[in-house]
Design a binder for this molecule. Structure first.
Ligand SMILES: [Zn+2]
Length: 375
């Protein structure tokens, strides 16, 4: 079972969620800063003071990570994308959108917004650091701001590595996409580089651990290995779904469409549908047509709203979804494009019309399930 992330806040109308994996990282970070980092550089404070400072540092660090994602999200919104949510997880954060950017330019601007925000925070914490040192002569404040300036700088630089799904990988993909005009080929390359970076991080981590002199080395090495494994998993998932999409783009609707379950005449009553059509055909939807011309689609679950005593007087025409462009595809349409139509039209089904507009087949989301996932 996968635990769903919990929503903790809403920012700029964006739900902010945290995954359960994020909680041990927060605890570990507070611990590492309070017990190791601060006492090493700051002497003579009460133990509780270290914990309080560790807590503040951790809070500011995660606000920095959140700020990075908010950077992506706000630019994405300006580019016309709808934002699903921002999730903080074990390895950082993720802003999710309901669809991908439509142009290389938009993808570039959205991708570059996160590292730019992190650079900005790094500069802000550096300035605060200078103020803490020269104006207030506060060693704790200087230490914390120094730590946060460095962390944000690392966050920006790490995310600029040119492998998908990192921001740098998205920038790289946008660049290839603009050059080649081929989103899919650009994606393949960016994912490939992402896989290379994942293995590099794993290898680097192993060397780091093997040659470790301090516990901090072991920790850094193990962290590098973990991030490498995480990136490898993400790139592998991206690679598989890309392969699936490419497979769907090669197959045409004509290759998978079926015969319509039954063509219902518009003047048929619901009484007849329930007594004669439904027992014979197991389908959620039925095309409504006369002379093989599409008039609409009947969604069976929507009949529940109709009281039984009205079944005899109500015709299919009155309760069907009247025909619209999202209700049909052509035999030559790719499965990928058809999939988007079917997922977006609220019916999960569409008629297949030939060039003259006659119904030649029918397609449901069930027909589009791949037989076997590509491997
Ligand atoms: Zn980012």
């Amino acid at each position: 079972m996968r635990l769903r992330p919990i929503q903790i806040a809403t920012l700029f109308r964006i739900p902010i969620r945290v995954s359960y994996g994020w909680i041990p990282v927060v605890v570990l970070h507070v611990y590492a800063v309070s017990v190791f980092y601060l006492p090493r550089h700051l002497h003579g404070f009460h133990p509780l003071a270290y914990w309080a400072l560790g807590g503040i540092t951790t809070l500011l660090l995660f606000l920095s990570v959140l700020g990075h994602e908010v950077g992506h999200a706000l630019v994405a919104r300006a580019e016309g994308l709808r934002i699903s949510d921002i999730t903080l997880h074990l390895f950082g954060g993720l802003a999710r959108f309901e669809h991908e950017a439509h142009t290389p330019g938009a993808e570039f601007r959205i991708a570059v917004a996160g590292p730019s925000a992190s650079f900005l925070y790094a500069v802000a914490f550096f300035l605060l650091n200078q103020v803490s040192i020269h104006l207030f002569d506060s060693r704790p404040a200087a230490l914390i701001t120094n730590y946060l300036a460095l962390s944000n700088l690392i966050l920006a630089l790490f995310n600029l590595l040119p492998g998908f799904p990192l921001d740098g990988g998205r920038i790289f993909r946008a660049w290839l996409w603009a050059r080649w005009g081929d989103y899919w080929r650009a994606s393949r390359w960016a994912i490939g580089v992402g896989q290379g970076i994942a293995y590099l991080l794993i290898g680097l981590g192993i060397v780091w651990v093997l040659r470790a002199r301090t516990s901090a080395d072991i920790f850094a090495g193990a962290w590098s290995i973990l991030i490498g494994i995480f990136l490898r998993d993400v790139t592998e998932t991206s690679r598989l779904s890309l392969a699936r999409v490419e497979q769907m783009r090669r197959i045409r609707v004509a290759d998978v469409m079926t015969a319509p379950p039954a063509l219902l005449p518009p003047e048929m009553t619901i009484e007849e549908v329930v007594s004669r059509v439904l027992p014979a055909h197991r389908s959620r939807t039925f095309p409504v047509s006369r002379d093989r011309r599409l008039h609409g689609i009947l969604l069976v679950p929507s009949l529940h709203a109709l009281p039984r005593e009205r079944w005899a007087q109500t015709t299919v025409r009155e309760v069907m979804w009247p025909v619209s462009p999202a209700m049909f595809v052509h035999p030559e349409t790719s499965l990928w494009d058809a999939h988007r139509v079917l997922r977006g039209n609220g019916l999960g089904a569409s008629a297949v019309l030939d060039a003259e507009g006659y119904i030649v087949g029918y397609l449901t989301l069930e027909d589009l399930r791949p037989e076997a996932p590509p491997s």
